[in-house]
Design a protein around this ligand. Structure first.
Ligand SMILES: Nc1ncnc2c1ncn2[C@@H]1O[C@H](COP(=O)(O)OP(=O)(O)OP(=O)(O)O)[C@@H](O)[C@H]1O
Length: 243
C-alpha cells in the first residue's frame, strides 16, 4: 500500500545533556512531500529534535537517517534548507551579501543565482530591502530573510524552527501558500510551531512533551483520538498547558 519512501527515519533516539535526558526514545518517520509539524510546550525538545535532523547535533543513542543516509553527514547540508530559531545572519552585511554568501556555499552561480535571489526575496516580500544592511532590519524582516536563505537552493527537505514567528498574518498566509506549492512539487517540510492554525495545515503532527513523543497523527486523527474540537484542545489534552 504505502509506496512513499520515508525521507526521514528517526529510530530510538535519545539526546542527553549531562544527566538531563531531553529526548527520550523518539521513533518517527516523515514521508516524501509531507508537511510534518512538531508541536509541544516550551522546553519539550522540539529544537533539539530539529537539530538532530539537520546534523548540527548528534543523538546520544539511536539513529537518524535522512534520505537513507545516517546523520550527521556534512554532505547532506546541500539537501536541507534549515531555518533556525535564532537567525544566523551576518548583520553587518546587506541582505544581498548574505544571500550571495549562502548562494556560493550552495554552489549557485550566474543567472540561476540572480534569479533565485530575486525569487526568494519576492516570496518573503523583501525585494525593496535587498541592499539594506541586516542590522537595520526589524525582527520580522530578519525571520523572513532567514526563510529566504533556507529556500535559496531549492532543497528537497526544509527544516523550519518556528518559521513564522514575528511575521504578520498576511505574509504568513502567502508563505504558507508557497510552502504548500513546494510540497506539491515534492519538497518535504518539517516545522515546529506554536500557532494552532498552522498546525492544522500540516499533513501530520507530532505531539511532544518532556522529550517524549506522545502521538503522531493527522490533525483529524488527533482530534478524534482526544475527543477534541480543535487542535488547541488536543494540544492541551496532551499536556501542552504545562510548561
Ligand atoms: N546545549 C544544551 N545544553 C543543555 N541543555 C540543553 C541544551 N539544548 C537544549 N537544552 C535543554 O533541553 C530542553 C529542550 O530544549 P529545546 O530547545 O529543544 O525545547 P523546545 O521545545 O524547542 O522549546 P521552545 O518551544 O521554547 O523553543 C530544555 O530544557 C533545554 O534547556
Amino acid at each position: 500500500m504505502n509506496q512513499v519512501k520515508p525521507v526521514i527515519e528517526v529510530t530510538g533516539v535519545d539526546r542527553s545533556f549531562g544527566n538531563k535526558r531531553v529526548l527520550k526514545n523518539i521513533t518517527l518517520q516523515v514521508d516524501e512531500a509531507e508537511t510534518f509539524g512538531i508541536l509541544g510546550p516550551s522546553g519539550s525538545g522540539k529544537t533539539t529534535l530539529i537539530k538532530l535532523l539537520t546534523g548540527i547535533d548528534e543523538a546520544t543513542s539511536g539513529e537518524v537517517q535522512l534520505l537513507g543516509v545516517r546523520m550527521p553527514k556534512l554532505k547532506m547540508l546541500q539537501q536541507i534548507g534549515y531555518m533556525a530559531q535564532a537567525d544566523a545572519l551576518y548583520t553587518e552585511l546587506s541582505a544581498k551579501e548574505n544571500l550571495e554568501f549562502f548562494a556560493s556555499l550552495y554552489g549557485l552561480k550566474g543567472g540561476n543565482r540572480t534569479r533565485r535571489i530575486r525569487d526568494v526575496m519576492e516570496l518573503v516580500n523583501l525585494q525593496e530591502h535587498l541592499r539594506k544592511r541586516v542590522d537595520q532590519y526589524s525582527g520580522g524582516m530578519k525571520r523572513r530573510l532567514s526563510l529566504a536563505i533556507a529556500l535559496l537552493h531549492e532543497p528537497p527537505l526544509l527544516l523550519l524552527d518556528e518559521p513564522t514567528v514575528g511575521i504578520d498574518p498576511v505574509l504568513r498566509r502567502s508563505i504558507w501558500q508557497e510552502l504548500k506549492a513546494l510540497n506539491r512539487k515534492g519538497t518535504t517540510i518539517v516545522l515546529t510551531t506554536h500557532v494552532m492554525d498552522e498546525a492544522e495545515k500540516c499533513d501530520r503532527l507530532a505531539m511532544i512533551r518532556d522529550g517524549v513523543l506522545l502521538a503522531v497523527d493527522t490533525p483529524a486523527g488527533l482530534l478524534q483520538a482526544t475527543g477534541s474540537a480543535t487542535i488547541e484542545e488536543a494540544f492541551l489534552y496532551y499536556g501542552g498547558v504545562r510548561q
